[in-house]
Write a protein that binds this ligand. Structure first.
Ligand code: ATP
Length: 329
């Protein structure tokens, strides 16, 4: 083992663990305000994340190299197994940071829809960080894992943290938010994912067109994409534990971009408005997050949508962030 890593000193040189199972949640953005892009092209965000009970299970076992395999996805070609895989990158980043020169095999068991706007890849990365830290006994503190998570992607720190949190900056500067109660969701999944960068590009196009237009309808749309901050009433609704109240405050500005790329999302939300207490595109989409007032009404809606041939998943939130389910010596 080399000691070159920035945090190599943390390592416990006891025998490595034989198998670690970590679980990490997907997320819904209950609120997503998008500002104009900065000089690097990133959009500053004002967001509120809620971790929901769709989980990614990652099992880490010792190996010579860093490798990954995936199950639970309808089309395996949608998840890269090379260095583009976020879990693999997470393991390699931890190895470099700690100077660990062994390997790991990561089995990803996915239930979060791929490219669905629910942070599945980010959950895999968070789970891989935690699992390898345990497997390799690299002993990084939670703060240091959080710092590595932020280097991997804006949604990765939240997958570690879980619960409900306000995100600012690129979404990676997190403050836990007080929330009461349990919220019942139906996640309506689209067969084909949406690329997050493409959704942001569509969002920027709309903003540019609207600035250039004097048309009343265009200007009304422009007001919809003027940057917003999370309003105080939103936090009051979260504290009330009342789904009906929270439902009225759900907001996702980025959905203008998702609607442009996939217009059926907007009409589906309109069609289902009477059945739910609130509905939004989850993150960049195309998954629709539908909030119901009770578990029974959510079950009934999911059942009905499945009867129409749609993929409708049930989940509740908030739930805890990435955690070790089991570790065997
Ligand atoms: P984002 O966090 O960007 O909003 P998302 O939640 O919409 O993403 P993900 O399922 O995280 O979607 O994956 C987005 C893309 O990232 C996929 O299309 C895939 O090419 C790539 N990817 C990399 N690693 C993973 C992974 N472990 N699981 C799924 N996709 C991954």
């Amino acid at each position: 083992m080399s000691n070159a890593g920035e945090w190599a000193g943390e390592r416990d040189d006891a025998q490595p663990v034989a198998r670690v199972h970590v679980r990490a949640p997907g997320k819904v953005n209950l609120f997503l305000g998008v500002d104009a892009p900065d000089e690097d092209g990133y959009h500053p965000l004002s967001t509120v994340f809620q971790a929901v009970s769709l989980y990614e299970d990652v099992v880490a076992t010792p190996a010579d190299d860093v490798t990954v395999s995936v199950s639970g996805v309808a089309d395996p070609s949608t998840v890269p197994l090379d260095d583009r895989n976020l879990a693999l990158r997470a393991a390699k980043l931890l190895a470099v940071a700690t100077g660990f020169d062994g390997g790991v095999h990561l089995e990803l068991h996915k239930t979060v829809p791929v490219a669905g706007g629910m942070g599945g890849g980010s959950a895999d990365a968070a789970a891989a960080l935690l699992a390898c830290n345990e497997l390799w006994r690299t002993g990084l503190s939670h703060e240091r894992l959080h710092a590595l998570a932020a280097r991997l992607g804006a949604d990765v720190p939240f997958a570690l943290m879980g619960g409900t949190a306000v995100g600012s900056g690129r979404g990676d500067v997190l403050t836990p938010a007080l929330s009461r109660g349990r919220y019942e969701w139906v996640l309506l999944v689209d067969d084909e994912g949406l690329s997050t960068p493409a959704v942001y590009r569509a969002f920027d196009e709309i903003a540019a067109e609207d600035r250039a237009s004097s048309d009343e309808a265009e200007l009304a749309r422009a007001r919809r994409i003027d940057p917003v901050q999370v309003p105080p009433e939103f936090f009051e609704a979260l504290l009330s534990g009342d789904a009906l109240r929270l439902g009225g405050h759900l907001r996702n500005q980025l959905e203008a971009g998702s609607f442009r790329l996939r217009p059926a999302l907007e009409s589906t939300l309109e069609r289902l408005a009477a059945d739910v207490v609130g509905g939004i595109v989850s993150g960049s989409g195309p998954t629709l997050a539908l909030l119901c007032d009770t578990a029974e009404s959510a079950d009934a809606l999911a059942e009905r949508l499945r009867g129409e041939g749609r993929t409708a998943l049930r989940a509740h939130g908030p739930v805890r962030g990435a955690h070790v389910v089991s570790a065997a010596d």
